[in-house]
Design a protein around this ligand. Structure first.
Ligand code: SF4
Length: 448
């Protein structure tokens, strides 16, 4: 630790590394933490540099995230024997004792994340894990650090009331709470002033936004605020199937601001398995929603989440899932091999599926996804689309993303522009599309 002191607080200035696992909500919260630390005069440093403290913001959605968190803690301890290690996030909330056993100095629950700068400055040690119902939604002030980034993740909702059988999130994050509408508007205005060209509205269960407010609000109010904010692009992080209503589809189809991109958790194409999971829709309803969205929103990119090997999922159930997916016009899948989480209803379910079967089913779904990804990219060839550059040109090329989530590389000399560049998409290479700057405005070219 250095000897510099912060005049106002008297706290020593530290070199802090913040590491983040998991979802966009965690990224948004880590951004707010970094902003607060910098505001207090501490230095943010990368992993591997000399540090006084490491803060690890964890995820616990799967076994793999738990394993990665433990590995990161061990690496951080080995690399920085004298540094303070603080672990927060969803794994810290549900397994504080286990983490203390790994030799971390402090375990901080999701409701206490905002106290981390104070804890670091006080040199506090121990477990600080309280009631998840007290987790606050990111205040607009936490957005300053995101200013000037091409894409900012703006968390407007926290928690979930759905308690799907497999999911640990309601236990780690508590019930649904929304950032009030006026605070959403203030946050969006802050981001617009900061020059953010794209804002991703995120939440643990974004579609619940507004229901707990007084008076209650709905997604329509959130979309109104997003469209009126003067930001070029607004993307929705993820919506549950029943939240992709006709109104949401119409808005995506007609809005010059809302990105034609939907990420929707399917989880299974078998009604029997969906019921066991506690998911409130049928495969038929899901199909109708995705097909309607695909029909009405030009160029729409649809991403889906699927779980392979939920307890009791037999071969016939898996065939139903696969058959539904073969029919659906999606662009990519996020495949989750089922991972039992202690404390959830699925933990106690009989008929666990053998690991090897789960692995094979996940591999089959990933193969399907890879083919669809290539086909979706190819469908965009010949179009002129607005590409928002991310970072500066490297080796004479800029990298960026279209509104419908196609990653595009194109030749560019000089500084990266702050807004969209019209680019003609000419060829698929791996996960990306190669393009060239176009003279015509975005919107040209076929979409079949
Ligand atoms: S909707 Fe279900 S899967 Fe999604 S966070 Fe809530 S409980 Fe978890």
């Amino acid at each position: 630790m250095t000897d510099d002191r912060d005049g106002g607080r008297g706290a020593r200035k530290m070199r802090v590394c913040v590491l983040t696992q998991g979802c966009k909500v965690n990224r948004s919260e880590s951004g707010a933490l970094e902003e607060e630390l910098e505001g207090r005069g501490h230095a943010l440093v990368a992993f591997g540099e000399e540090v006084d403290a490491v803060v690890l913001n964890t995820c616990t959605v799967t076994h793999r995230s738990d394993r990665d968190a433990r590995a990161l803690i061990r690496r951080a301890r080995r690399a920085n024997p004298g540094a303070r290690i603080v672990v927060t996030g969803c794994l810290a909330q549900v397994a504080p004792e286990e983490l203390r056993g790994l030799g971390v100095d402090a375990v901080v629950g999701t409701a206490e994340k905002a106290t981390i700068p104070d804890l670091l400055e006080r040199g506090a040690e121990g477990s600080f894990v309280g009631d998840v119902a007290r987790v606050s939604v990111l205040a607009p002030a936490g957005l300053r650090r995101l200013r000037g980034r091409t894409r900012a993740f703006f968390k407007v909702q926290e928690g979930c009331d759905a308690f799907c059988a497999y999911c640990i999130v309601p236990y780690a994050r508590g019930p649904s709470r929304s950032l009030p509408l006026e605070a959403v508007k203030a946050g969006l205005a802050e981001l617009r002033r900061g020059g953010n060209a794209e804002v991703v509205l995120t939440g643990v269960h974004l579609g619940l936004w507004g229901r707990d407010l007084s008076p209650p609000r709905g997604l329509g109010d959130l979309l109104d605020a997003a469209e009126d904010a003067g930001i070029s692009r607004v993307r929705l992080s993820s919506l549950e199937p029943r939240e992709v209503t006709g109104e949401v589809i119409r808005r995506l189809a007609s809005s010059p601001v809302l990105c034609p991109h939907l990420h929707i958790p399917l989880q299974s194409g078998s009604d029997r398995v969906l019921r066991a999971m506690g998911r409130p829709y049928t495969a038929g309803e899901f199909r109708a929603t995705v097909e309607r969205a695909h029909r009405e929103v030009e160029g729409l990119c649809v991403g889906l989440d699927v779980i392979a090997g939920f307890p009791g999922e037999d071969d016939a159930d898996f065939r139903e899932t696969r058959a539904l997916l073969v029919d659906l016009p999606f662009a990519y899948l996020h495949v989750f091999p089922f991972s039992p989480r202690q404390g959830t209803r699925a933990w106690d379910l009989p008929e666990r599926i053998p690991e090897g079967v789960i692995r094979d089913r996940a591999a089959a779904l990933r193969a399907l996804s890879a083919g669809r990804r290539r086909a979706f990219l190819a469908r965009n060839l010949g179009r002129v689309l607005g590409v928002l550059p991310e970072g500066e040109a490297r080796n004479g090329r800029l990298q960026g993303t279209t509104t419908n989530y196609v990653s595009v590389s194109f030749p560019w000399e000089g500084a990266a522009p702050s807004g969209e560049v019209p680019v003609e998409l000419i060829r698929v290479e791996g996960e990306a599309v190669m393009g060239r700057p176009a003279r015509s405005a975005p919107g040209g070219g076929p979409w079949t």
